[in-house]
Design a protein around this ligand. Structure first.
Ligand code: ADP
Length: 543
């Protein structure tokens, strides 16, 4: 062994920031109102105060789990580094989960303390009697804003907790394979499953994600992660920004179009990240007020497929390039990124848009393949589609304290997605395996139909599901929400779709609805909808 064995630790990221870019900025909307700003140097000092408080006041030891229920804010950022840095595990809890799921994961993770934003105190009050092993609740605020009359008796004020602690703390030299952060999948069926990230997997993921072929995060970037820090660590951006010295802008609870526009413009953000629903909200708002984004260069869209209409709107109205990316909680989350290639830069726009619809090339460190139902490898020709399997140094190898092994096949992780891969390793998601519509032995992608339909100017959101058909087994049904004041009809939508998908893929019926259910991570929740409409064609006499 002729080279040094330096463990890859999360604390090394913040130490690098202290010596390399201590004066780079972190800006954060505050839950209490107003905008807060400080530097990496100041953030690091407070993360160290927190590490001291965890050790000296709360008796936290290496490996203990600390829950967080918080927006993207500077205090949550301090928790990422203070908690993982001292060797404990930052367990980010998604507040949008059902209360029963929150109870389940807090108990399953055996969180010793929970750090909570003011917004989510009522949520904890509602579940408090079911999470009695939690030793204390730390409210992420100062004394002046502490809740009065709370039903919770064990409240601690965050600012008081850290105020008298030293800003010096020597991070422990941990084994790089130690647990560092924990995130549960939102799980549309069954209990949520935990993915325990290690220091090593997190640092390797960070190195990969900042590359120009990936998210292209540099010292020059002003990054605004709308994707929540409780959803796969905001796609790793707090770590990536800390490694590079990018200015971070945290939106806290302000995820509506108006609040985002204010922050993007005010801070001159040039890299935005989030799921499609967020961008639909922002783009609609900008259309309404007739404004354009001037500072934004790239918008990373993942978590669900980016529709063509969104790729075009960002490019043509706001001069911003939409980087389509794919990943999942189990991949920390980065799998593929559709960054600009030389070939794409030279293509006519319409042709480039078609490329951008794909989820992108695997980042270095991730291997992918597609297989048929018998597990046989399928060709990388961009046409054959099958179950997408992945492996890599930041891919889960087992769920946390869970003996469900069915997603792990011969050293590969089965993503549950159905995809194509082409000769340049560009992957395109066809569908989630459970959402694909099986019509007369052929497959129809619900994603393709949704994205074609949402391109109709009168529609706000669409959801396609397979429903029972006596002859074809399943046929597509389109549920659509009209934009306010729009009067578009079923026949007009079918005509609109008829030159965008093959005739046999056209939905059998369009049902207009006022709202659609979403998962805790902002994606369409199709299980309930499928149940409600499963016999629709038969019941309405349409077959
Ligand atoms: P969950 O939604 O269960 O919380 P994740 O947030 O980890 O899980 O989401 C992972 C899944 O989201 C992927 O397996 C895939 O189905 C879907 N997904 C992620 N990115 C994209 C994308 N760019 N296009 C289509 N689907 C995507």
């Amino acid at each position: 062994m002729s080279m040094m064995q330096q463990p890859l630790l999360i604390s090394s990221l913040i130490e690098h920031a202290i010596v390399t870019h201590p004066n780079a900025e972190i800006v954060s909307r505050q839950v209490e109102g107003g905008i807060f700003r400080y530097t990496y140097g100041q953030a690091a000092a407070r993360a160290k105060q927190l590490a001291n408080a965890l050790t000296q006041k709360l008796g936290i030891k290496v490996g203990d789990r600390i829950g967080t229920l918080a927006w993207n804010t500077y205090r949550h950022y301090e928790l990422y580094f203070g908690v993982s840095g001292m060797g404990a595990v930052a367990h980010t809890i998604n507040p949008r989960l059902f209360p029963e799921q929150i109870i389940y994961i807090v108990n399953h993770a055996a969180d010793r303390f929970i750090f909570v934003d003011l917004t989510f105190v009522p949520l904890l009050e509602a579940v408090a009697s079911h999470i009695s092993k939690v030793e204390g609740i730390v409210v992420l605020t100062d004394k002046a804003h502490m809740p009065t009359n709370s039903k919770l008796t064990n409240l601690i004020c965050y600012e008081d907790l850290i105020a008298d602690m030293s800003t010096e703390f020597t991070w422990p030299l941990l084994d790089e394979n130690c647990d560092a952060a924990l995130c549960y999948t939102s799980g549309t069926t069954g209990h949520p499953k935990g993915v325990m990230y290690t220091h090593r997997s997190t640092v390797l993921h960070t190195i990969a994600s900042v590359q120009s072929n990936a998210l292209n995060i540099t010292n020059d970037t002003v990054i605004l992660p709308v994707v929540p820090m409780f959803h796969v660590n905001a796609w790793g951006t707090p770590y990536a920004a800390t490694m590079t010295g990018a200015k971070i802008v945290f939106p806290a609870h302000g995820m509506d179009g108006a609040s985002l526009y204010e922050l993007i413009n005010g801070e001159q953000a040039n890299l935005l990240l989030g799921v499609p629903t967020i961008w639909l909200g922002l783009l609609n708002y900008l259309d309404q007020i007739g404004a354009t984004l001037t500072s934004v260069k790239n918008v990373v869209v993942g978590g669900a497929a980016a529709p063509l209409s969104m790729i075009k709107a960002f490019q043509e109205k706001h001069d911003a390039f939409l980087i389509h990316a794919w990943g999942m909680t189990e991949l920390s989350p980065l799998g593929t990124v559709n960054s600009m290639t030389r070939a794409m830069a030279q293509m006519p726009l319409e042709q480039r848009y078609q490329k951008q619809l794909k989820q992108g090339r695997a980042v270095y460190g991730i291997e992918m393949k597609i297989v048929d139902d018998a597990g046989k490898d399928l060709p990388r020709d961009g046409k054959a589609f099958g179950r997408l399997l992945v492996r890599g140094a930041w891919v889960v190898s087992e769920y946390y304290l869970n003996d469900d092994k069915k997603s792990f096949v011969d050293g590969w992780f089965d993503t549950g997605d159905v995809a194509t891969i082409d000769a340049e390793n560009t992957m395109q998601i066809v569908d989630r395996s459970k959402d694909v519509i099986k019509s007369g032995g052929e497959w129809i992608s619900s994603i393709d139909l949704e994205n074609a339909a949402v391109g109709h100017p009168a529609l706000k959101e669409c959801c396609v599901i397979g429903v029972y058909h006596p002859k074809w087994d399943e046929r597509p049904l389109l549920l659509a929400i009209r934009k306010e004041g729009a009067t578009v009809t079923e026949a007009e939508i079918i005509t609109f779709l008829s030159d965008k998908v093959a005739k046999w893929q056209l939905p059998d019926v369009v049902v207009f609805v006022d709202e659609l259910p979403h998962t805790a991570t902002g994606k369409l929740l199709k299980t309930g909808v499928r149940e409600t409409y499963k016999n629709y064609l038969v019941e309405k006499g349409l077959v």
